[in-house]
Design a protein around this ligand. Structure first.
Ligand code: SIN
Ligand code: FE
Length: 345
């Protein structure tokens, strides 16, 4: 299939098409609905992404510019990712030891807020010093931030949590990113209401049924849950099915909230022509399984099964290099021939 080059042309947003990178896959817009639209409940119940306007979820935080945060965040240190380039690919430091030859352009540092702000502003002068603050909002923050946090629209978000049978809220991450920064495609294992506080972000989403086209790193690898494909220069010899991938694309502005369902891939960019961007995540554990599980299983449930199988093999074999060959030996020439079905595309 021929690939299409899409440029952004979203008339509801103020971005011009030349501001953003172009990628070699087809996109459709993420629906954007007002809080008063009952359709929102259907999207969330069906674990489909939707951008919600007018929810007032983080209304009190809309004034959180760098000066306000500087004055009110408190004097503790904050978790910052420092990257040699504009990409901030997360990795699990606990998995680094067991991965031969692992290298990353990203480092984790702890720093005071004023150091972060200085480095954020100097980023364009000092090559290879890009900083992205990713800090859980906790009890070290100052009183004014706590007051705003308490006034978030908890009644709406808690109603959603109950309505959809989710588990507890696990954390609220404060994200402050430089313009043009990129969080490369990955999936999380929780439900997320992603609230935009300042600046504009572009989001590309890929459904969990495209797992085989996204080529995630093995579960044992520090980049677990991240795609191996470099979107700027996809290696189609190693990752041929990435040619067929389809994305949903949306832009979120201050006051808007994106529902990112668990296991949905997301690639997130901060507007390259804007200022820094600020967001707050609301991560919830997913709900427990219903007594009567509907079959066939959903693609989310299949991703969960695959992760468990990988983890089990990793524990049993103790050598990540043996996992692929064992899985091949187990399936090659067996299931497809017997059941007369073709490998998934
Ligand atoms: C980001 O906004 O850059 C990352 C947030 C996420 O991956 O959930
Ligand atoms: Fe994420």
């Amino acid at each position: 299939m021929d690939t299409e080059i899409n440029t952004v042309n979203d008339s509801c947003n103020s971005s011009t098409s030349s501001d953003w990178r172009t990628y070699p896959f087809a996109t459709e817009p993420i629906p954007k609905l007002s809080i008063s639209d009952p359709e929102i409940n259907r999207y969330i119940a069906e674990t489909r992404p939707v951008i919600i306007t007018d929810s007032k979820l983080v209304e009190p935080a809309l004034k959180w510019n760098l000066d306000f945060l500087h004055e009110n965040l408190g004097s503790s240190t904050f978790n910052v990712l420092v990257s040699k380039n504009e990409k901030f690919m997360y990795y699990d430091t606990r998995k680094v030891q067991r991965t031969k030859g692992f290298h990353s352009d990203v480092k984790f540092e702890e720093m005071k807020f004023d150091d972060f702000v200085k480095r954020l502003h100097r980023a364009s002068d000092i090559e290879g010093d890009n900083v992205y603050l990713q800090q859980a909002l906790n009890d070290t923050v100052g009183k004014k931030i706590v007051d705003d946090f308490v006034k978030f629209n908890w009644s709406w978000v808690t109603d959603q949590q109950k309505r959809h049978g989710w588990g507890p809220l696990t954390s609220n991450l404060l994200l402050i990113a430089p313009p043009g920064s990129i969080t490369p495609a990955h999936y999380d294992e929780q439900e997320n209401f992603f609230a935009q506080v300042g600046g504009q972000k572009r989001i590309l989403l890929f459904s969990p049924d495209q797992f085989g086209k996204m080529y995630p790193y093995p579960v044992d690898h520090p980049h677990d849950r991240q795609s191996q494909v470099n979107f700027d220069d996809p290696d189609y010899e190693r990752f041929p099915k990435f040619k067929e991938v389809k994305a949903l694309e949306g832009f979120i502005n201050p006051g808007e909230v994106l529902y990112i369902p668990m296991y949905w891939w997301h690639h997130i960019e901060s507007n390259p022509n804007g200022k820094e961007t600020t967001s707050v995540t609301f991560w919830y554990k997913t709900g427990t399984l219903p007594k009567q599980i509907p079959y066939p299983l959903s693609s989310q449930q299949k991703v969960s099964i695959m992760r468990n199988i990988e983890k089990m093999l990793s524990e049993c074999l103790r050598n990540p290099e043996e996992i692929g060959p064992l899985l091949h030996m187990m399936t090659d020439g067996r299931y497809y021939n017997t059941h007369n079905i073709m490998p998934p595309v």
